[in-house]
Unconditional design. Structure first.
Length: 381
């Protein structure tokens, strides 16, 4: 037997730019290859705000947002072997099946198993969502294959990482997206080496995780950039060698950084990271890279219709633009290892949590994020 539908609280996004409605939903039992999870803790990432803001070309409404969380398996559907009831798990918006052409390529952490369905807000088995709004009977779409702004959610088995039960769920939820992404952008995507120079644009959770990883790797120069001076102190404390505000200069920030790093008449950093989602800053991040070898890693998610541009000469002369999703980590394989590393104190996690609240306070979390007043708000479901 696969259990019964569960009635619980969830935050429904009925339409873009409207506050979420915390209301009762019915969560269907997991079908073949699916897992139903009781969400214990879920954080708010800027990507949830981006989709709620109507900027995501894949955004579907009504939906249940949320993708940075941790919980406990409540029940599993037929054929599920990698987790069982009671296991502690981290939902992974980046699935990992280990069998598809992308998983076996050795070239990417992207997985093709369930992505088409998660993009359409439904489950693979029957092309339908597992959420129903109790009062209206309306079906509610899933988001990123995770929908963690709910006391219970249903995921594809490919999207569930089984983690150490000793780890605190209210902290390791951050490994479901933000912290993992920043660390991986530095260590997997850019593979920054000791002594390298770097610039990080945007000092929210993702940018700070880049700073933290750069300091651990032993980067010789870490130039941290944010227009909000309130974000500067933490970056400095965590190892940034220089913290700058583009508003303090009357020339483009790429020129400022190139001058700051000038050696023998040529300036620029070995690596740069854009953790904002602003296409103008993405250009600056490329153009502050060193001629001949500088690599710019795009992490930020830009709004529908936005495009990046630069003079092709920037690329002809050896600068490289690349991107990263989930920091290049293969979710179901790597997230359990990251949890162990967290337990071993290898990187910061707890320090990003500026607020802890209840799921019913979710709209306050969005307000804090928009006002730049938080890093991560963790909601205990
Ligand atoms: P955040 O809102 O906490 O941080 C963004 C920071 O950028 C803020 O400190 C803000 O002051 C700063 N900023 C804004 N405009 C700026 C400008 N013009 N110049 C300099 N600084 C500026 O967001 P976050 O949760 O850290 O997410 C950052 C970005 O990363 C978002 O676009 C998010 O969607 C994206 N993201 C991508 C991935 C991925 O896998 N690629 C994963 C997680 C998040
Ligand atoms: N759906 C959007 C793009 C959103 C996007 O780029 N998402 C990032 C993760 S952000 C996490 O906070 C990502 O890794 N995407 C890879 C994927 O497969 O979704 C659009 O533009 O359509
Ligand atoms: Zn995220």
């Amino acid at each position: 037997t696969q259990g019964k539908p569960i009635e619980c609280l969830a935050a429904i996004a009925w339409e873009p730019c409207k506050p979420l409605d915390v209301t009762t939903v019915i969560v269907d039992p997991p079908q073949k290859g699916e897992v139903r999870v009781r969400i214990v803790a879920t954080a708010l990432c800027h990507t949830d705000a981006y989709t709620l803001g109507g900027k995501d070309p894949e955004g579907l409404f009504p939906c249940i947002l949320g993708h940075e969380a941790a919980g406990v398996v409540e029940s599993v559907g037929e054929g599920v072997t990698s987790v069982e009831k009671g296991d502690h798990v981290i939902p992974c918006y980046m699935a990992f099946c280990g069998e598809c052409s992308m998983c076996t390529s050795g070239k990417t952490n992207l997985c093709g198993s369930v992505r088409a369905w998660t993009g359409r807000g439904v489950m693979r088995g029957d092309d339908k969502p597992r959420f129903t709004h109790k009062e209206s009977g309306k079906k509610i779409f899933h988001f990123m294959g995770t929908s963690t702004f709910s006391e219970y959610t249903v995921l594809h088995e490919e999207s569930v990482a089984n983690v150490d039960k000793a780890a605190p769920l209210d902290k390791i939820c951050l490994l479901g997206c933000g912290v993992t992404t920043g660390i991986g952008a530095v260590t997997n995507t850019a593979k920054v080496e000791k002594g390298a120079t770097a610039a990080v644009f945007g000092l929210g959770t993702i940018g700070l995780a880049c700073v933290d990883a750069l300091a651990t790797v032993g980067a010789s120069r870490i130039i941290a950039v944010d227009t909000d001076p309130g974000k500067h102190a933490r970056a400095k404390e965590w190892g940034a060698t220089d913290v700058i505000n583009p508003k303090d200069f009357d020339k483009p920030i790429q020129e400022v950084i190139t001058e700051m790093t000038n050696q023998d008449g040529v300036g620029g950093v070995d690596y740069s990271f854009e953790a904002i989602g602003n296409v103008g800053v993405m250009r600056a991040a490329l153009e502050c890279c060193h001629k001949g070898w500088g690599q710019c890693v795009i992490i930020g998610v830009a709004a529908a219709g936005q495009e990046i541009s630069t003079r092709p000469f920037q690329l002809v002369t050896g600068r490289v633009w690349r991107g990263t999703a989930f920091g290049g980590f293969k979710s179901r394989e790597d997230v359990p290892k990251l949890v162990k590393d967290y337990m071993g104190g290898k990187f910061r996690v707890d320090e990003y949590i500026t607020h802890t609240m209840k799921l019913t306070d979710i709209n306050t979390c969005f307000d804090l994020l928009h006002a730049g007043k938080c890093l991560r708000c963790v909601m205990i479901a």
